[in-house]
Ligand binder design. Sequence first.
Ligand SMILES: Nc1nc2c(ncn2[C@@H]2O[C@H](COP(=O)(O)OP(=O)(O)O)[C@@H](O)[C@H]2O)c(=O)[nH]1
Ligand SMILES: [Mg+2]
Length: 235
Amino acid sequence: MKTIIVIPTYDEIENIENIINTILNVKSDLNILIVDDNSPDGTSDVVLRMQTVNSNIHLLKRSGKMGLGTAYCEGFIYALENGFEAIFEMDADFSHDPKEIPRFLKELETNDLVIGSRYITGVNVVNWPLRRLLLSYFANVYTQVITGMPIKDATGGFKCFRAEVLRKINLKGIKTNGYGFQIEMNFRVWKQNGRIKEIPIVFVDRLNGISKMNKDIIYEAIFLVWKLKLGLYKK
Ligand SMILES: Nc1nc2c(ncn2[C@@H]2O[C@H](COP(=O)(O)OP(=O)(O)O)[C@@H](O)[C@H]2O)c(=O)[nH]1
Ligand SMILES: [Mg+2]
């Protein structure tokens, strides 16, 4: 399958070159799309430089920080327009191990969405403060109870979609970010009876750069699950 890894970036200068090279070392025919929100640290300049020697590296540069959800949706639209069949979500900060990419692709042969899950075999999170781990864990229990969606890790950001399933989603209508975005995408695939498979991954907190997580992302997710449950979202 023609595969692209979509990576949203905001101030990832310390990770960008390394993550791109690590992914290409896993499989040199993978394509990578960086969706950069005009990072002040010049992340996109590094991508531009790397593009000159490798045409598998793509860049979408947006005018400013507009959030993770819309960055992914623009990336997905680009991927669909360019004929990619397997479309990944992945972070730039090495929390997601590129070596796992082939395992996702194997599972995608018989599924529509493969989710890297931190919570199917106990708790596979390394180096997160307990506060953040508890927040994530209970956010997932809450999401599962309210929505009824049988997914143990609905907020994770390492996953792979089949193009067909993304084509059925109104990507321009999605306004959520962060946790909420991940939940909403899973929910929409689930509602169209997409085949969803969780595979265990280990999530390691970033070593370089800083997290862009904030309180608004948590409030958004709390209200979103009710909206989804009650059907109050744009189809
Ligand atoms: N384009 C874009 N990327 C973002 C934005 N916010 C976060 N990111 C990227 O999304 C990924 C996950 O963000 P991160 O800060 O690591 O979140 P955390 O892992 O939940 O702490 C990283 O690659 C970030 O650079 C944004 O507003 N726009
Ligand atoms: Mg991170």
